[in-house]
Design a protein around this ligand. Sequence first.
Ligand code: PEP
Length: 253
Amino acid sequence: MRKKIAAANWKMNLTLQQGEQLLTDILLKPHDLKAHQQALFAVPFPYLPMAVNKLAGKNNVFVAAQNCSNKKSGAYTGEVSVEILQSVGIEYVVLGHSERREYFNESNQLLAEKLDICLANNMKPIFCCGEPLAIREANTQNEFVAKQLAESLYHLSAAQLQEIVIAYEPIWAIGTGKTATSAQAQEIHAFIRAELAAKYGAAIADSISILYGGSVKASNAVELFSQPDVDGGLVGGASLIVDEFVAIINALP
Ligand code: PEP
């Protein structure tokens, strides 16, 4: 069975103290993660050791970085390498979030390099893709997402691809309160899976978790996650609210 994942993306929010309190409060609430379910917290770089310590020993709960460098090490001031992340116990990294693509000019090619350095070093990427509003309005989202997949992923071997989690995030739904309908999410998730199947075969495509991101909240998570090709969510705003995120974890099928 594919992994079902509720991934929190704190972005550039909360102080260390607020972040620690949020994790404390979430851990106090009942959530019963089954073997095929995971909760993941993508927190700001300086909070990674705190989150690793706080979540140590919790089954199926992981900490992720929100980005990493495409370079191994060296004179890259302000960057954080895969090796640095691993030295503080990190196994997952979010790559290619639309905010990084938009504000930090991350291209499909750069993301291909970041994926390579992660996969060469056993760091598991959560690879984000998704279209802006103008593309959705022109109804060319499939072509747009297919290009993102082709240019960043298709040089990978099947074994490497299986280490990746994909997050489809329509940019028009991120932080806007607008959510794709569950039918819209299912349609493009099925398209992404079909594209992966065409390139890597159905068995590989079927094994890959594809998360939906874009204003997921407690009130829509059950409906979105009940779609056959939606394997959980990457959650921004609602992941900062204890009861919302706990409900989203508990909505995982
Ligand atoms: C995100 O941060 O990836 C995201 C989808 O944000 P939000 O849930 O706030 O739309």
